[in-house]
Design a protein. Structure first.
Length: 504
C-alpha cells in the first residue's frame, strides 16, 4: 500500500434549484406521481423547441463567481447522442467544447485536530445540462416502468482536476462543494433525493511516477459514506490487480453498498461514441459582463471570506474558523451566539468570541455529530440566542460552567425529545431557572471566605501536607470548598482565597 499513490478526480451533478426545467416550463418539484411533470418538450414530441431557463444560467454564473472561475461569455449547448429508455429524445442536451464555467478552485479543510491541513483542489469546468428520466424496475409485476418527471431537470456538472490523493480528501472535497452550492443557493443538496451525486474517478500509480494510472469511474455515489467506502474498496482492488500482474482496464463501475464492493457496469465509452454536435435548436449562450456584475452584487459573503473574517475579527485559528464555518447554517449560528453573548453595548472582541467558539465546537458541534450524518445542520436543540444568553450569564459569573453545561444539555434533550420541532429553552427561561432552582453561583467574597475558613479548620491534615510541599493537597481543599458550596462557588475566587490564606 505504501508504495502506491492514489489519484482521484470527481464529477458532481448538482440539481439546480429552479422552479421549472431547463428547457421547458414543467415543474421540477420532487415526489410527484410519475409522468405528471413531463411536458411535450421533456417527452420530445415532434415539433417542440427548447427554451433556455434564465434562472439555471444565473445559477451557473453564481457558481463560477463563487469558485473564482472564468464565466464564459459564450458557451454552446450540444447534443450527446445515446439510446436509453429514459431518454426519449435519443440525446441529452449538454455542453461539450464550450462550457459556461472554466477553471476556479476550492479550498478544503482535511483531517482533524493535529492532523488537519488545508488543500486547494482545482476545478476543470462546470457545464449546464439536462437530467434524464428514471427507469423503475420494482413493483411493476415483472415489468419495468419509466418516469419522465426528472427528464429536463437542470443540472450543473462540476468537474474537478485529478487533485485528490486519498478518500479523505475526496470526502472533504465533496463536503465543501456540497456546502458551497447550498451556501450560494443554487442547489438544495438533498442527497437522498438525488439532488447532489458524485462520480469518483480513481486510479493508482507507483509513488514517484509522473504519469497517472488508468482510471475507473465509480458512478452515482449519493452519500459521503458511500463515497469513502467505494473509493477505499476500489483502491485496494486496483492495487491487488496490478500486484497480481493484471492491467487495469478503463471502465465505469457501480458501488454496491450492501457488500461494500464496486462492480463493472460497462467498459469506458469515449466522447466520440456520443457523436456530440451543437444543438441546432439552441443559440449559443451569450452572457454579458453586465449580467455577471449584477449577479455578483446580489451574492452574499462567500465561505472563504467569512472564514478569514472569523480569523481576523475573532482571533480564531484557521482550523477553528473552518470548523465554525463548515457550512452556512453553522457559521450563522456561531455569529448569532457571539452577538447574543455580548452584554448591552459591549463590542465584539476576541475574548467573548473565543468563548462562544469553544462552546459551539465542544458542545454544539459535538451534539450534532452524535445525531449522525443525516441530521440537518439547521436543526439546533438550543438556539443561538439561548446559547448566547447562557454564555452571558456564565461570563458575568452569575452561573458556573458546570451549571451552564447542565442547562445546555437539558435544553438540547428537550428539543431532541420533541424531534427538534422547537428549541428546548429560551433566553427568558434561563434567568427563571437560575432563580427558581437556586443555581446562582456564590461570588460574594465574604460568603466564600467563611466556607474556606470552615474547610481549613476541618482539614488540618491537608493543610499540613500542602505546607510540606504537596501540591495535590491544594486540589483536595478546593474540592472540599466546592463541595461545601454545592458546586456553586466561583472557582477562581475559591482558588485565590485559599492561596491567600494558606500562603499568607
Ligand atoms: P470523462 O468525461 O470521459 O469521464 P474527463 O477527462 O472529463 O473524462 O475526466 C473526468 C474526471 O476524471 C475528471 O474529474 C478528472 O479529474 C478525472 N481523471 C482524469 N484522469 C484521471 C486519472 N488518471 N485518475 C483519476 N482521475 C482522473
Ligand atoms: Mg466521466
Amino acid at each position: 500500500m505504501n508504495q502506491w499513490e492514489v489519484v482521484i478526480g470527481i464529477e458532481t451533478h448538482a440539481q439546480l434549484a429552479t422552479v421549472s426545467k431547463i428547457f421547458s416550463g414543467a415543474s421540477t418539484a420532487f415526489g410527484a406521481e410519475p409522468n405528471t411533470q413531463a411536458s411535450a418538450v421533456d417527452l420530445a414530441l415532434p415539433g417542440v423547441l427548447p427554451v433556455l431557463n434564465k434562472k439555471a444560467v444565473e445559477c451557473a454564473i453564481r457558481f463560477g463567481l463563487a469558485i473564482g472561475a472564468e464565466v464564459a461569455q459564450k458557451s454552446v449547448f450540444a447534443r450527446k447522442n445515446y439510446f436509453y429508455p429514459d431518454l426519449p429524445k435519443g440525446y441529452q442536451i449538454s455542453q461539450m467544447d464550450l462550457p459556461v464555467v472554466v477553471g476556479g478552485d476550492i479550498t478544503l479543510q482535511v483531517g482533524q485536530g493535529d492532523k488537519a491541513y488545508e488543500k486547494v483542489v482545482r476545478l476543470t469546468r462546470a457545464h449546464l445540462e439536462e437530467d434524464a428520466g428514471k427507469s423503475l424496475h420494482e413493483d411493476f409485476h415483472g415489468k419495468s416502468g419509466i418516469d419522465l418527471n426528472r427528464a429536463g431537470t437542470p443540472l450543473l456538472e462540476i468537474v474537478s482536476e485529478p487533485d485528490m490523493r486519498s478518500s479523505d480528501e475526496a470526502v472533504a472535497y465533496a463536503k465543501s462543494l456540497h456546502a458551497l452550492v447550498r451556501w450560494i443557493g443554487i442547489c438544495d443538496g438533498n442527497m437522498q433525493e438525488g439532488s447532489f451525486r458524485c462520480d469518483a474517478n480513481v486510479s493508482v500509480r507507483p509513488k514517484g511516477q509522473a504519469e497517472y494510472g488508468t482510471r475507473r469511474e465509480i458512478k452515482n455515489l449519493n452519500s459521503f459514506r458511500f463515497l469513502k467506502e467505494a473509493i477505499d474498496f476500489e483502491v485496494q482492488w486496483q492495487i491487488n490487480e496490478i500486484e497480481e500482474g493484471r492491467r487495469i482496464q478503463q471502465a465505469t463501475v457501480l458501488f454496491d453498498p450492501e457488500n461494500g464492493e464496486t462492480r463493472m457496469m460497462r467498459s469506458k465509452e469515449d466522447a466520440h461514441d456520443y457523436r456530440y454536435f451543437p444543438d441546432p435548436d439552441l443559440l449559443p449562450l451569450i452572457i454579458s459582463r453586465e449580467w455577471i456584475d449584477e449577479v455578483r452584487e446580489d451574492m452574499w459573503e462567500l465561505p472563504n471570506d467569512r472564514k478569514l473574517r472569523f480569523q481576523s475579527d475573532f482571533g480564531l485559528s484557521s482550523y477553528d474558523a473552518s470548523l465554525l464555518n463548515i457550512n452556512f447554517d453553522i457559521g450563522n449560528y456561531f455569529e448569532g451566539a457571539v452577538l447574543a453573548a455580548l452584554a448591552n453595548g459591549e463590542r465584539i472582541e476576541p475574548e467573548p468570541a473565543k468563548f462562544a467558539a469553544n462552546w459551539v465546537i465542544n458542545e454544539v458541534l459535538a451534539k450534532m455529530n452524535q445525531e449522525g450524518e443525516g441530521h440537518p445542520t439547521w436543526k439546533f436543540g438550543v438556539s443561538a440566542e439561548t446559547l448566547g444568553c447562557l454564555l452571558r450569564r456564565l461570563r458575568e459569573g452569575v452561573i458556573g460552567a458546570k451549571t451552564a453545561k447542565e442547562l445546555f444539555a437539558e435544553f438540547w434533550e428537550e428539543a431532541r425529545a420533541n424531534n427538534y420541532a422547537s428549541h428546548g429553552g429560551y433566553p427568558e427561561k434561563i434567568d427563571e431557572l437560575i432563580e427558581s432552582r437556586g443555581l446562582k453561583q456564590i461570588s460574594d467574597t465574604g460568603a466564600i471566605e467563611s466556607l474556606v475558613d470552615e474547610v481549613l479548620a476541618a482539614n488540618p491534615a491537608n493543610v499540613a501536607e500542602f505546607k510540606a510541599g504537596k501540591e495535590k493537597a491544594f486540589n483536595a481543599l478546593v474540592g472540599q470548598v466546592m463541595k461545601a458550596a454545592k458546586g456553586k462557588a466561583n472557582p477562581q475566587q475559591v482558588n485565590d482565597l485559599l492561596k491567600q490564606k494558606l500562603e499568607g
